[in-house]
Design a protein around this ligand. Structure first.
Ligand SMILES: Cc1cc2nc3c(=O)[nH]c(=O)nc-3n(C[C@H](O)[C@H](O)[C@H](O)COP(=O)(O)OP(=O)(O)OC[C@H]3O[C@@H](n4cnc5c(N)ncnc54)[C@H](O)[C@@H]3O)c2cc1C
Length: 489
């Protein structure tokens, strides 16, 4: 990249903003230019972000014969599933609980996990059990998995597919010419580098590539409000039988009042609140039993108004999350049967971000379409996940949880992945073109993997036929998804 390109790409200001203290580290006579390695990489398909959607996208593109590079800011694949400790995979079945409807690469990953002792197959996991946090409707056939095994499984799969993976590599900015992304600026330990791409898939969760390429977007609900964050934690060394016995004796008392859930352990949360030992904006604890029987995944911290695009806000959120984790851990040891000797195994490496950017695409997915089981003709996956909007009623304690009203599944159209204005870009996963409410359903990991797989196949079609993302032939795309084991209804 020459100096002019670099300045166009955000230049000195962007570098200084991304790397505080960068200027101070230049020795005499050096310029920022000395940190820029010219076009280090080139690929037909570059996938940015190695979470559930990115892994599936890269696998699908590489298996379609594309020279594929997968860029990941962290040190492993899986995104929220590994670094975020988010678990289990939400349901992949239809509303009747009879048919597995999210398949393809998702199913392959599940099978590989099971084979390596790192998951319980969803066919064996039924609702209202410790593996579904005793939740019922919308929670049948979830998939408990071990994030450590997932890291290994995903490494193995991407290597087998011939994907070049770059960990510790942060996407900084898209360099756009006309309506095309020409290259991507990356930040590595070597400095600033770039990768030239015929086609790019943005799976950063935040729509970073699309936003810096000029694709319009909204944030959160469009009125500046995003769903709260959660820092996940894992506890082990729990006498699970005692814990399960206690919770199950209270099952008939589980309730929802004005959108506030009173589920597992609300009877102890009440006591702790009264004793001034609980100040978290949740009245019960969402805890899932893990694959290893004495291990539990706890989703209860609630951090409000975190701006996932602002490092200061993220820093404050991480610190507050860890403070809450300590409070929750003490709560478990003091109040919860079977937890006296519990160990805090791990907190997530990164905050769980429920919401940030939603890009503007060729179609806006809306809640009503999902709830009414609409399956548009260009659907690239079907799913039945309920709409889950935390903090959705103004009161931060509430969660709007809305089940489908009719049909066994709804469709997610390809057009939601096609951003406005850029011909060689698709966006998959959390930031697709959907309202804040609709994303509350399709942001869960099985649909994200199905979106990624579709995006990878579509990218290969676009490269091979030299077409824009929006002109990819839908019939061929859908046929290929089904050929690869996907289910489209
Ligand atoms: C609190 C919480 C609870 C949840 N509960 C569940 C649940 O029980 N079950 C379920 O199935 N789903 C659940 N979800 C949803 C799910 O985990 C996420 O929505 C899903 O992982 C999104 O997948 P993704 O691939 O779009 O993004 P992510 O999983 O966020 O992955 C994005 C990846 O991109 C990388 N990245 C980001 N920016 C850059 C950059 N600039 N350069 C390089 N790399 C970058 C990140 O490091 C990350 O690896 C939950 C989410 C949260 C936050």
């Amino acid at each position: 990249m020459d100096r002019r390109d670099f300045l166009k790409a955000g230049g000195i200001a962007a570098t200084a903003a991304v790397v505080p203290g960068f200027a101070a580290s230049c020795t005499k006579g050096q310029t920022f230019r000395d940190f820029v390695v010219k076009d280090s990489y080139q690929a037909q398909v570059v996938v940015v972000g190695g979470g559930p959607s990115g892994v599936a996208a890269a696998l699908a593109a590489a298996r379609a014969g594309m020279k594929t590079i997968l860029i990941e800011h962290g040190s492993c694949l899986g995104g929220m599933a590994t670094r975020g400790l988010v678990e289990p995979f939400m349901t992949c079945y239809d509303t009747t609980g009879e048919q597995m409807i999210i398949k393809g690469i998702f199913e392959e990953i599940v099978n590989n996990l099971v084979e390596n002792g790192g998951a319980i197959h969803p066919k064996e996991v039924r609702w209202e059990t410790p593996y579904t946090a005793w939740m019922k409707l919308g929670h049948d056939h979830e998939t408990p998995f071990d994030p450590e095994v997932l890291k290994f499984v995903l490494d193995t799969m991407v290597l087998q597919a011939g994907i070049k993976v770059l960990y510790h590599t942060t996407f900084v900015k898209s360099v756009v010419k006309g309506d095309k992304i020409e290259k991507l600026v990356l930040l590595t330990k070597r400095g600033l580098e770039s990768v030239k791409a015929d086609f790019v898939i943005d799976t950063t969760g935040d729509g970073d590539v699309a936003a810096t390429a000029g694709v319009p977007f909204t944030i959160g609900n469009g009125k500046g409000k995003v769903q709260p964050c959660t820092l996940f934690m894992r506890l082990n060394n729990i006498e699970s039988d005692k814990l399960i016995k206690d919770v199950e004796s209270h099952l008939p008392e589980f309730k929802r009042v004005n959108g506030v859930s009173y589920r597992a352990l609300f009877w102890y949360v009440e006591q702790a609140e009264n004793a001034g030992e609980w100040d978290i904006e949740r009245k019960s604890v969402n805890l899932h039993r893990c694959v290893k029987g004495d291990e539990w995944s706890v989703n209860v911290t609630r951090i409000l108004d975190v701006d996932a695009l602002d490092p200061e806000s993220l820093t404050a959120g991480e610190i507050e999350g860890r403070r809450q984790v300590q409070e929750v851990f003490k709560f478990f040891k003091k109040y919860v049967p079977g937890c006296k000797n519990a160990t805090l195994m791990k907190t997530a490496d990164t905050l769980g971000i429920r919401e940030s950017r939603h890009i503007e695409g060729e179609f806006l997915l809306q809640a009503d379409d999902l709830l009414n089981g609409v399956v548009p003709e260009d659907s690239i996956l079907v799913a039945s996940n309920s709409i889950d909007v935390h903090g959705g009623q103004g009161n931060t304690n509430t969660t709007n949880y809305t089940l489908m009203k009719q049909g066994r599944w709804y469709g997610v159209p390809y057009r939601c992945l096609v951003p406005k204005g850029i011909r060689n870009l698709l966006v998959a996963g959390r930031p697709i073109s959907a309202t804040s409410e609709a994303v509350g359903a399709v942001r869960v990991m099985p649909p994200c993997m199905a979106m990624g797989q579709a995006a990878g196949i579509a990218a290969a079609f676009a490269v091979r036929n030299a077409t824009a993302a929006k002109d990819v032939d839908i019939d061929s795309l859908r046929k290929e998804i089904v050929k690869q084991g996907g289910f489209l209804g």
